[in-house]
Design a protein around this ligand. Structure first.
Ligand SMILES: [Zn+2]
Length: 587
């Protein structure tokens, strides 16, 4: 929303980054900025630089960095909007937009519907749901805590009760279903588990049937409810998750509730076994490690293994709890108690051990075919492992399993295309900066404008990691504050680094290097592609002066393109040997 972009810029202009960061970190004046010990890694030397003038911070120890909103997001574990709202409040700005108004209306309707379900539970009609909950070990005292409810039998209870809002909005919220003969209630004769967002507001419902299929029914995707970005119970678990830096991930609503009842209050539900990237990212805001507690059959399934990989890939530690066969966390904790459950969680296997166990269970290694399938299965996981020590350990264990030598197993399991032997997040180091980094740094520090290099490089010429920054600069977004708001975490880390790294950059030489070594060609070709239509247009309007200019530009571009091709060919050789550079410059 353009209005919002301007508002965020205005907000940042009103905030003093130094005084806000000072609330968490002792800052000392250093040169034109401030230095302090980084709160995001164990920092003995003050590695963090804060620049009031640029409105940026960056840690040269761990590579974190960004603007003031990014800092508050990270240290307080807030989403962008939450951080903006909190900071806005401090300086007396309001962030209500038209869209917010509409969402507020949807939210308040969802709250009313949740209320109606919870009243049903206490009504005469709710007896069977009450019995179910009591039998399950959820006493009346916890119905309110978790907002439990009951959807009445019949096709149009919600539809009639909330008819004044109109069918369209009820459909939009997934409360009604569109059938051939009109709309009807989605949730009928079911025990209701409201699904709450981070702030504890109902955004969707899960309904459990008393008989028939499906046993559980979820709200559909709605403007408020995105199943791929929410885990069940997050609002109840977030505090304990932040404290322990660990989440217990279970499948279902009752698993979450039973664990919370047993005082394991960092439990959240994935609402099915296939965890999504968005859910993993949400968890990462609060924890460093996830302990998976799915029932034994489900844990080894392809869907659940994929979810565990997603968690690992975004940098979370993963362990897998080993419940007795046939048990789910809900049943186990109710029958065996809190302590027994805690023991199971404490003994959870590191992901790689669990994975190898599951390979063992899934393949018959007494046959050649079984061995082949096992190796096939192990391949993707093996490729995702970054630590070489862990890779070797896995090679050894698999070799044992399939009774082959470690060498032949290693041959069968190809490495990742670009192996990185450490587990630390990717970090650009100033000494390793290339032309790309120099160019971006120059533009971000305002030493040159994008115009100066526009003809020589296109954003596409930049490496994938730098492209988001290059694209925005090329699109004319020169304001540092606006630019930072548009970048994701990784982009913000890079931009703050380029803008703040204490490094002298030779402007002339960088531009010359860029001309020779980077794109050039694509930029010329892009212009050539446009120019023919412009020539045609000027011919049609009989603007012969313009026509002549364009023809001349075209001829020049052709020459330039041949030169660029040549230079690029030379440039490739040069990249292999940095020392030959000055010689070819002289020639
Ligand atoms: Zn740091």
């Amino acid at each position: 929303m353009p209005g919002q972009r301007a508002d965020v810029k205005e907000l940042k202009a009103r905030l003093d980054i130094v005084s806000i960061i000072s609330r968490y970190v002792t800052l000392i004046k250093s040169g034109s900025g401030f230095k302090g010990k980084c709160p995001f890694h164990k920092d003995d030397t003050p590695s963090m630089t804060v620049s009031a003038e640029k409105g940026l911070w960056h840690c040269f120890g761990c590579g974190e960095g960004g603007d003031v909103i990014g800092f508050v997001m990270q240290i307080e574990r807030l989403s962008f909007l939450e951080a903006v709202r909190r900071l806005a409040e401090e300086v007396g700005m309001s962030f209500d937009t038209a869209e917010d108004g509409a969402r507020d209306e949807l939210r308040s309707l969802m709250a009313d519907v949740a209320n109606a379900f919870s009243n049903n539970l206490r009504s005469d009609a709710g007896e069977k749901a009450r019995d179910y909950l009591l039998n399950r070990g959820y006493p009346e005292s916890c119905w309110m805590t978790y907002g439990l409810g009951y959807a009445l039998p019949g096709w149009d209870n919600v539809k009639r009760t909330f008819s004044r809002h109109g069918e369209a909005i009820l459909l939009k919220l997934g409360l009604l279903v569109q059938g051939d003969k009109g709309t009807y209630d989605r949730f009928r004769d079911r025990t209701i588990f409201p699904i709450l967002d981070l702030s504890g507001r109902p955004v969707g419902f899960g309904g459990r049937t008393f008989e028939g299929e499906p046993k559980y029914l979820n709200s559909s995707q709605t403007p408020l409810f995105d199943k791929g970005r929410l885990v069940y119970g997050i609002s109840w678990a977030r505090e304990r998750m932040s404290q322990t830096r660990t989440a217990v991930l279970v499948e279902g609503y009752t698993d979450v509730l039973s664990l919370h009842q047993a005082d394991i209050t960092n439990a959240v539900g994935s609402m099915g076994t296939s965890l999504t990237q968005g859910q993993a990212e949400l968890l990462k805001r609060f924890v460093d490690e996830v302990v998976i507690a799915y029932d034994q059959d489900a844990a080894g399934s392809a869907a659940s293994l994929k979810g565990m990989q997603i968690l690992r890939n975004i940098g979370l530690g993963v362990r897998v709890a080993q419940l007795p066969v046939g048990e789910d966390p809900d049943g186990f904790v109710r029958n065996q108690g809190s302590e027994a459950m805690q023991e199971i969680l404490d003994a959870a296997l590191p992901f790689h051990e669990f994975f190898i166990e599951s390979l063992k269970a899934r393949h018959d290694v007494t046959t050649i075919r079984g061995k082949e399938q096992l190796l096939e299965d192990a391949r993707e996981f093996y490729r995702s492992v970054r630590s070489s020590a862990l890779r070797e350990e896995i090679e050894r264990q698999i070799a044992d399993l399939v009774d082959l030598s470690v060498e032949s197993v290693r041959r069968e399991l190809p490495r990742r295309p670009h192996p990185r032997d450490d587990e630390s997040p990717p970090q650009v180091i100033a000494e390793h900066w290339g032309i790309e980094e120099h160019l971006l740094a120059l533009v971000l520090r305002g030493e040159i404008t994008w115009d100066a290099i526009e003809l020589h490089v296109l954003p596409e010429d930049f490496s994938e990691a730098n492209q988001p920054i290059a694209q925005r600069l090329a699109a004319g977004l020169s304001d540092l504050s606006e630019l930072m708001s548009e970048l994701d975490e990784e982009g913000a880390r890079r931009a703050s680094f380029y803008a703040l790294a204490p490094l002298e950059i030779d402007v002339e030489r960088t531009i010359e290097d860029a001309k020779r070594r980077m794109g050039h060609l694509p930029a010329i070709e892009k212009r050539l592609a446009i120019i023919d239509s412009e020539i045609a247009a000027s011919g049609e309007t009989e603007d012969w002066k313009r026509w002549e200019e364009l023809m001349k530009e075209k001829a020049d571009l052709r020459v330039a393109s041949i030169r660029a091709m040549d230079a690029k060919r030379r440039g490739m050789h040069e990249q292999q040997s940095e020392e030959e550079r000055s010689e070819s410059e002289a020639s």
